[in-house]
Design a protein around this ligand. Structure first.
Ligand SMILES: Nc1ncnc2c1ncn2[C@@H]1O[C@H](COP(=O)(O)OP(=O)(O)OP(=O)(O)O)[C@@H](O)[C@H]1O
Ligand SMILES: [Mg+2]
Length: 413
């Protein structure tokens, strides 16, 4: 069974950058993450606008999420795609980590569904199609997102949407039953039940979003007292589906919501979803080229976000004030700071390095290299088997304890 590991590559080798928050002018807060705020910032030297995700190290430690944030930075260095929110710089100081990403001014889909209440079929299909293209790229590179939900899908000003927040994304491995992270309501049954899982979990979440957007109702999968009782949970979901089935002609949504991954659309990869009757005739190439006009375009301007929510009080901070204070003191220790070593990324430096390497190769190989094209981007292809779920190793599932259970979206303990 192949492992979908990335090849070490120049893209991820950068050890340092001169970038710091002093290189940016802070405009205002546009979002709230689990570890801090997301700011609209401007790079002083170029005037270019970006989104800056600021993450408090004390919070990260308190939520036992060091692995998670380091993993996110590592994946972002490897994944670049027009339907994902891409990273440009990453750096840190003693208190915080900073991720500088493409700025999207259209607002996230939680904001829009909250405002509009429901979308029509054409609008929903367009947004789902954008997500499929983003997921296809991630899955083809061996990465499962695992936290697809409206908050993690952000709109460009032209109505195209992109996937963000790789906080709990993972490179697929066959034994991943202990990784029980995600957001209840969008989390596939096999993740809830601590079973091995594959990219089909992301199509389940897509099904939930499609359902939510077209019907203007959320699927009630979140009965906390009965969360572990899958029979109850899925029977409830099924009942809702049946009662609403007359309103939906879109069997693909229902097929994405199949409890058993073996029956779920998307198990065999994104083509299966793309070729399903609901999506079959979609102009995928025009979508990929961003030439299809989006059927829903956000209001033009910069305030497609809930400023109250982004700037409001954070109850988690209040509840954990003492623990946070203690963990802030820990940040004085080098051993603690070392946990974050390597949290650097600088797209400009990497470009320069790559160019330098290319020139060097050309000089060394007397031009042979030019005929072979540039060095690989380092992305490895997903082995076909990665698309299949692996039979659950119940022993491992029952004994393993996830180190990520305390991420903000991980509610299963
Ligand atoms: N590049 C961006 N452009 C515009 N808004 C963004 C961008 N990135 C994030 N946001 C906004 O900020 C919110 C929080 O960001 P994000 O989802 O990355 O943080 P998070 O949920 O805390 O992640 P994590 O789970 O890693 O803590 C998003 O829901 C979105 O509204
Ligand atoms: Mg998020």
């Amino acid at each position: 069974m192949g492992n979908c590991s990335f090849r070490a590559d120049a893209l991820d080798q950068i050890e340092n950058t001169t970038m710091s928050k002093n290189n940016f002018t802070f405009h205002y807060v546009i979002g709230r993450g689990g570890f801090g705020k997301v700011w609209r910032v401007e790079k002083k030297k170029t005037g270019q606008l970006y989104a800056m995700k600021e993450m408090s190290k004390a919070r990260i430690i308190t939520k036992r999420s060091v692995n998670s944030v380091m993993n996110e930075r590592k994946l972002l260095a490897q994944l670049k795609h027009p339907f994902l929110i891409n990273m440009n710089y990453a750096f840190q100081d003693r208190e915080d980590l900073y991720l500088i990403c493409d700025l999207l001014t259209g607002g996230d889909l939680r904001f829009h569904i909250g405002k509009k209440k429901r979308f029509n079929e054409e609008q929903t299909k367009f947004m789902i199609a954008c997500m499929i293209v983003g997921l296809e790229y991630m899955h083809n590179n061996g990465v499962i997102h695992r936290d697809i939900k409206p908050e993690n899908v952000v709109m460009e000003s032209n109505g195209y949407v992109r996937i963000t927040d790789l906080g709990i994304a993972r490179i697929w491995t066959p034994e991943n039953s202990q990784d029980t992270s995600g957001t209840p309501g969008y989390m596939a049954p096999e993740v809830m039940c601590r079973q091995n899982h594959c990219c089909a979990v992301d199509y389940f979440a897509l099904g939930v979003i499609g359902f939510e957007f077209m019907l203007g109702k959320t699927l009630s999968l979140q009965n906390k007292s009965k969360l572990r009782n899958m029979k109850y949970l899925m029977a409830g979901a099924l009942k809702q589906l049946i009662s609403l089935i007359r309103q939906i002609n879109h069997l693909s949504i229902i097929k994405c919501l199949q409890r058993k991954p073996a029956n779920r659309l998307g198990l065999n990869g994104p083509n299966e979803v793309k070729q399903h009757v609901w999506m079959k005739d979609y102009n995928w190439q025009a979508l990929l080229d961003k030439k299809l006009p989006a059927p829903y375009v956000p209001e033009q301007g910069d305030d497609n976000f809930d400023a109250k929510q982004a700037n409001g009080n954070d109850p988690w901070k209040e509840e954990n004030a003492e623990l946070l204070r203690q963990n802030s003191l820990l940040l004085r220790r080098n051993s603690i700071q070392n946990l974050f070593s390597g949290y650097y990324y600088d797209v400009d430096l990497l470009r320069q390095q790559k160019e330098e390497e290319r020139r060097q190769n050309l000089a060394n190989a007397g031009g042979n290299q030019a005929a072979n094209g540039p060095k690989s981007s380092g992305l490895s292809l997903l082995p076909e088997k990665a698309l299949k779920p692996i039979k659950n190793n119940s022993k491992a599932a029952s004994t393993a304890s996830s180190s990520f259970v305390n991420t903000p979206t991980a509610k299963i303990q």
